[in-house]
Design a protein around this ligand. Structure first.
Ligand code: C5P
Length: 333
């Protein structure tokens, strides 16, 4: 019975994130940058299926830009976990990509975290998010955040993650300018720039203003990587102006580049405004779709063990209860 359960394929969702704000505080001895960022998971997601197999770890993906060898972060996650746990199991990973690749939405990191959490269950290791954290941070700076999800503060390289007391609930419109950007290249541009960073504690000011009940202070937030990203991809400037203009005109609470880009997003408190913004963007030939923020609790529920006799949680992740973006006009690929 137990062996049969372990052989059943596991269906997972690997959600995207946006950075509501991102401050770069300086360079670190390890070559990374010291950050302060506000992460937010959104309903847009990739689909992952994990199937137990002999001793091989393999991956198949429908997206031509995603590597299917051991350089794939999801494969590295499976290998690292296998070594760490001292087991010899194999797994066949099937990845259906919806999150734009190299778009600043954390797709690769989210895939890796989902594989860690999924295999923790499939292989019955019982490590949980805390036990998986050291493995996650070795895979990439954003991976630990995806063990947690929701609205969270990221410090250090972005891998010290603290959930916020208030979890944002908003509509999100995401635009993919279809211009992949290398995170490392954007950080290098930032280092080469002569402009001093302002160090105004915008993210802490945002959090304290929110906690004090002064309403949301979205205009405080900004992304220090936006300027170097546009220097790295000057061809994007006109498109970004257009996208930002439409989002703001349609009433976005904030509009910003996510991470190192080039995906752009707007947050809305009104679904009809979000819908209008999405339609305007699509009418201008842009790839845009609508989703919702995903809170810490909603994210946790994705990973809750399936209740007996009820179809929910990991393994039955097809019910759409967490704002399945396909129902909301996601164009797919
Ligand atoms: O950790 P990850 O592989 O996702 O990071 C990609 C690249 O982004 C790093 O190689 C580094 O150049 C840059 N980065 C950084 N500081 C961070 C996060 C990422 O310099 N805190």
């Amino acid at each position: 019975m137990a062996a049969a359960a372990a052989r059943r394929p596991l269906h997972l969702r690997a959600h995207a994130k946006v950075n509501l704000g991102l401050e770069v505080l300086g360079t670190r001895a390890d070559g990374y940058h010291e950050l302060r960022t506000l992460f937010q998971t959104i309903s847009i997601h990739d689909d992952i299926v994990l199937r137990a197999q002999g001793s091989e770890i393999t991956i198949r993906c429908d997206h031509p830009a995603v590597p299917t060898d051991e350089t794939n972060l999801a494969v590295r996650a499976a290998r690292d976990l296998r070594r760490f746990a001292g087991v010899a199991h194999g797994v066949a990973i099937t990845l259906t990509k919806r999150i734009p690749v190299a778009g600043g939405l954390g797709g690769g990191s989210s895939n890796a975290a989902a594989v860690l959490m999924g295999l923790d269950r499939l292989w019955r290791l019982g490590l949980g998010p805390a036990g998986l954290h050291p493995l996650a941070r070795r895979l990439g700076a954003d991976v630990p955040y995806f063990l947690l999800g929701g609205t969270a503060l990221g410090l250090g390289r972005g891998d010290e993650v603290y959930p916020l007391w208030r979890q944002l609930r908003a509509e999100v419109v995401v635009v993919d300018p279809e211009r992949p950007l290398s995170t490392a290249a954007v950080f290098r541009r930032l280092d080469a720039s002569l402009t001093a960073r302002d160090g105004t504690n915008r993210i802490f000011r945002f959090i304290s203003s929110d906690l004090a009940g002064h309403g949301t202070a979205f205009p405080i937030l900004s992304n220090d990587l936006e300027r170097p990203a546009l220097e790295e991809a000057p061809d994007l400037a006109a498109r970004v102006d257009l996208i930002r203009g439409i989002l703001i005109r349609e009433g976005a609470l904030m509009a910003s580049l996510s991470g190192s880009g080039a995906s752009y997003f707007g947050l809305f408190d009104d679904p009809s405004r979000a819908r209008k913004a999405q339609l305007r963007l699509v009418a201008r030939g842009l790839k845009a779709w609508r989703g919702r923020t995903l809170s810490l609790d909603q994210y946790r529920r994705l990973w809750a063990p399936p209740a007996r006799g009820r179809a929910r949680g990991v393994g039955q992740g097809r019910s759409g209860q967490h704002g399945d973006h396909r129902r909301q006009g996601h164009p797919g690929r």
